[in-house]
Design a protein around this ligand. Structure first.
Ligand SMILES: *Cc1c(COP(=O)(O)O)cnc(C)c1O
Length: 452
């Protein structure tokens, strides 16, 4: 049996952004009615359409907690089953409309083959776009697939990127190892130094790439300040907002061109899948989409279902992460064996003023320095019973890792020290457990680590 077409052409105008004037939407009621065949081409020359979306965007103007539950999610039209079905199909029946979309270059708006697009992808993409306040979003098989497709879409041969000197290791490897093979290059600057960022711009610079919060010291990057520099020089800004999530900030609202995430972290939130997302205007996402096709970083429909389910509790989880982290950070700050604590919600955070201005949620990330050595930090990890010793972040379970033997193992102790990562540095991704249990666990582990 063939299910009803999820995206009937005659409903197309309903799927468009209701905030656009009717004339721009090509609303048949507002102008001369056109043959559906030419109407598509006509609207495309006047404006890029948002989407593709499967549902009517009746969620416009709703709050994040509501969007997280409802946006993009589609009940099954065939059976009435609540929630988006998992469209575990590699390919779709081709009819005249699909053939035409291939011929006329709008295959992104039809279901043809799952690497191109799939209803399970569209559902979660619509939810992500709604949460980011974006016209359009694309999901990828990993955060790195999203970042690489985005950068390769925005850069020409010979182009240069100005990026943070405190990048995620995988992104650094992409910029440093892969871009040069395509005739592109990058340079790295202190993400908190706007003058240095501007000074690093060259005639061939095309993109400024920064992470919203740095790892592991959680410095807050002045994204509106970076956007102002980009505007002045006609450059694009890409922000990796993995640590922040759309609950903490909506970088597109500040004029950022594309926001990317590793959805493997807070967005999915359960440490059980790898995925990525890029969100922004349809015009740019249309340029990123062919890179998803060419480099093959498409997200499997089952993983889309899991990510969509994870996203439904994102606002709830972020509140719990932030509340737990605030309690843990305040407790650590008064502990005699702790020298320093970094948490965006603490008044002692070096960028606290910026954090208050830019972050609606301080996240669950806490970094602290034991009043000891890396050996004390290793001993602390050995004695922790609840917190899991693992890299990654943003899951419901508290994760703990040491920058010196994970993310920053490639640097010497001296280089780490110059970055501000001193001996005894511990990174905590505070989960959603009861913070009292986390404190009990930390208290006994710190005591054991110092041999008390
Ligand atoms: C994890 C992470 C990535 C890479 O994401 P994957 O899903 O592992 O490919 C990129 N940026 C940041 C900030 C990350 O934490």
């Amino acid at each position: 049996m063939r299910l009803p077409a999820p995206f009937p052409t005659d409903e197309r105008t309903e799927l468009l952004n209701p905030n656009q004037p009717a004339a721009v939407r090509g609303d048949p009621a507002s102008g001369p009615s056109r043959d559906e065949h030419t109407r598509w081409a006509d609207t495309l020359t006047r404006t890029r359409q948002p989407g593709p979306f499967r549902g009517t965007p009746h969620w416009a103007g709703l709050q994040p907690a509501t969007l997280a539950v409802h946006a993009g999610t589609q009940d099954d039209a065939a059976t009435g089953a609540v929630g988006t079905p998992i469209y575990q199909s590699s390919t779709f029946l081709l009819e005249a409309d699909q053939y035409r979309s291939i011929e006329e270059g709008y295959a992104r708006d039809r279901f043809i083959y799952t690497r191109y697009g799939n209803p399970s992808q569209w559902a979660v993409e619509e939810k992500l776009a709604a949460l980011e306040g974006a016209e359009s979003a694309l999901v990828f098989s990993s955060g790195m697939a999203a970042i690489s497709a985005t950068l390769l879409a925005l850069l020409d041969r010979g182009a240069h990127v100005v990026a943070s000197s405190e990048l995620y290791g995988g992104t650094y490897a992409l910029l440093q190892g892969e871009l040069p093979t395509l005739g592109m290059s990058a340079s790295y600057v202190d993400p908190r130094d706007l003058a240095a960022i501007e000074a690093a711009i060259r005639p061939e610079t095309q993109v400024l790439f920064f992470e919203a919060l740095t790892n592991p010291l959680l410095k807050i990057v002045d994204i509106p300040g970076i956007v102002a520099i980009a505007r002045k020089h006609g450059l694009r800004v890409v922000i990796d907002a993995t640590f922040a999530t759309p609950i903490a900030m909506k970088p597109l609202g500040w004029g950022v061109d594309v926001v990317v995430h590793s959805a493997s972290k807070y967005l999915n939130g359960h440490s059980d899948l790898i995925a990525g997302v890029a969100a922004g205007p349809r015009k740019l996402l249309d340029a990123i989409w062919p890179r998803r096709l060419a480099y093959g970083g498409s997200l499997d429909p089952h993983a889309c279902f899991m990510l969509e389910r994870g996203l439904k509790t994102l606002p709830l989880r972020m509140r719990a992460h932030a509340e737990g982290a605030a309690i843990v950070a305040a407790w650590l700050e008064q502990h005699p064996r702790v020298r320093r604590v970094y948490f965006a919600g603490l008044p002692s955070h070096p960028d606290h003023a910026l954090a208050r201005r830019l972050l609606a949620n301080p996240t669950g990330m806490v970094c602290f320095e034991l009043d000891g050595t890396d050996a004390h930090a290793v001993a602390l990890l050995e004695h922790l019973q609840l917190a899991k010793k693992a890299t990654s972040l943003g899951g419901v379970e508290t994760l703990v890792s040491l920058p010196f033997n994970t993310s920053h193992a490639a640097f010497t102790a001296h280089q780490r020290e110059r970055m501000g990562i001193r001996p005894g540095c511990v990174r905590l991704s505070v989960g959603i457990e009861d913070p009292r249990d986390l404190l009990t666990d930390l208290a006994q582990a710190i005591e054991c680590a110092f041999g008390a």
